[in-house]
Design a protein around this ligand. Structure first.
Ligand code: SF4
Ligand code: SF4
Ligand code: SF4
Length: 465
């Protein structure tokens, strides 16, 4: 079995030995199958376990083996690996911008206890329309004619500044048409301020929303609260009641905290059962309002791993066929399609590469998840510069220099698939987050085992296309 998405084979006139680096080739056995994976680019192939005896000989180089049949088989194997990009090419390193996050406002109509966007003492403030439109024009220019730019409408709560949002979408569409760039709009909302006008405009302009919710009413209302400390699930239910067909088109994103660490399966079932389009997760990050150190916010590692394993078993058994469970599907998709498409699951992540974020105050950031009061942010300011100069600056170059294979990940076979966890959740430029690392190891190991020995995960992947 190979990655189903194959690249062009190396030309026959290229000697595989001249481009092959055997040190990048890592191997793990699952039953009578062998996973052979390139540690740097994440490309892989499944082989019969008996080939395992041949693999160490690849380090010897061509012509060293005197036995003609073994030598020929070795060359065949080397070409097979090179043709599948194993040991022979670097991973994705996108240099062209394709995604911009616009933080349209610092305001929100609810007051989640762990909100990463609000520092205690922050004043509510909306973005300047001129600055946001300039950012969109610059991003379209950087994306380049013939390519696509994704614009992510973010906040605070972006539905609170609807006039501004409409103005930016209209501007983006007109500019994109003028420059010959394809443009798509996404947004992240708590979906508690929905109106008929917002539904109609979103439908007319194809805005794909993600909805922030942490589970059923009891789970959600623990931390996702109003300013008077009441719960917010009923506000989402109101949107579901009034605009059900519209709301159900979109997936839910849950922040996983201590109380929800052991409830991944229940949470996925809840959102499937109320008819949502899918479910995604994000592990709690202790910035913004969550700097207060409430120990309940932190995910419980042990519970989380056990819960992920139970979720995976349910997915593998077919319980979620046709329903995207992203805590499993995003790893699976990366494994099957090869790293590159998901900017957070590859060694050279999106920050200051294919992604940039512009804040409500015009600050330019490499990624909106990076701590605004930390040393990696901002990379520039719309007031005094532009996206191009921010991306070309020294801090952006430093962020792009992140390479966790220099230390923690140097021996890990999943490095090309995992990338070394999210920079924003790590303690330093080449550090990794221990819990994210443990989840990655469990996820890729479970997926590889299943993919090499059963058709289950290929079936699930196909059901979610
Ligand atoms: S909905 Fe989002 S922006 Fe608003 S308080 Fe909650 S986490 Fe923060
Ligand atoms: S963070 Fe962990 S799973 Fe990811 S590459 Fe590094 S060692 Fe491997
Ligand atoms: S910093 Fe984290 S969230 Fe941002 S692009 Fe990199 S991996 Fe993704």
């Amino acid at each position: 079995m190979r990655n189903p998405v194959s690249r062009a084979a190396a030309p026959m006139h290229v000697d595989p030995a001249s481009i092959f680096d055997p040190d990048r080739v890592h191997v793990r056995r699952y039953g009578d199958r062998l996973l052979v994976i390139d540690q740097a680019n994440g490309r892989w192939i499944g082989l019969d376990h008996r080939e395992g005896r041949m693999l160490p000989l690849l380090k010897l180089g061509p012509g060293v083996i005197a036995h003609a049949a073994i030598g020929a088989r070795l060359e065949e194997l080397r070409r097979l690996l090179v043709d599948n990009d194993i040991g022979a090419s670097d991973g994705a390193d996108p240099t062209r911008l394709n995604t911009i996050i616009l933080k349209l406002t610092k305001r929100c109509n609810i007051a989640c206890a762990y909100c990463y966007d609000f520092e205690n003492g922050d004043q509510a403030r909306n973005a300047d329309a001129g600055q946001m439109k300039a950012a969109v024009s610059q991003a379209l220019d950087l994306a380049g004619a013939g390519n696509k730019l994704s614009v992510i409408l973010h906040g605070g709560e972006p539905m609170l500044v609807w006039d501004l949002l409409e103005e930016i979408v209209a501007h983006g569409e007109a500019e994109a048409a003028r420059l010959g760039v394809r443009i798509g709009f996404q947004g992240q909302t708590n979906m508690t301020a929905l109106t008929a006008r917002k539904v109609a405009f979103s439908q007319a302009h194809d805005i794909a929303w993600g909805i922030s919710l942490d589970g059923d009413a009891a789970a959600n209302d623990r931390f996702r609260i109003r300013t008077d400390a009441g719960g917010t699930y009923n506000l989402f239910e109101r949107a579901l009641r009034d605009y059900g067909d519209f709301v159900r088109q979109f997936p839910v994103l849950s922040t996983i905290t201590g109380p929800t660490s052991g409830r991944l399966l229940e949470t996925a079932r809840h959102f499937r059962d109320i008819g949502m389009a899918g479910w995604d997760w994000s592990l709690f990050q202790p910035i913004g309002r969550a700097r207060n150190g409430n120990p309940q916010f932190e995910a419980n590692g042990e519970q989380l791993l056990a819960s992920w394993a139970a979720l995976f078993a349910a997915v593998e058994a077919g319980e979620f066929d046709g329903f995207p469970v992203q805590p499993v599907l995003k790893y699976l998709r990366n494994f099957i399609e090869s790293p590159g498409g998901n900017m957070c699951l590859r060694p050279k992540c999106g920050a200051a590469r294919d992604l940039v974020s512009v804040s409500y105050d015009g600050a330019i950031e490499a990624c909106d998840c990076l701590d605004r009061s930390g040393p990696l942010s901002p990379i520039g300011a719309m007031e005094t510069g532009d996206l191009r100069s921010a991306r070309a600056g020294a801090l952006s170059a430093f962020i792009r220099s992140r390479d966790t294979s220099r230390n923690h990940c140097s021996q890990c076979l999943w490095f090309g698939q995992c990338g070394g966890t999210c920079l924003a959740h790590s303690g330093g430029i080449d550090s990794v987050n221990g819990l994210h690392c443990a989840v990655s190891q469990l996820a890729f190991d479970s997926i590889a085992r299943s993919m090499l020995t059963t058709p289950a995960m290929q079936r699930y992947y196909g059901s979610c296309q």
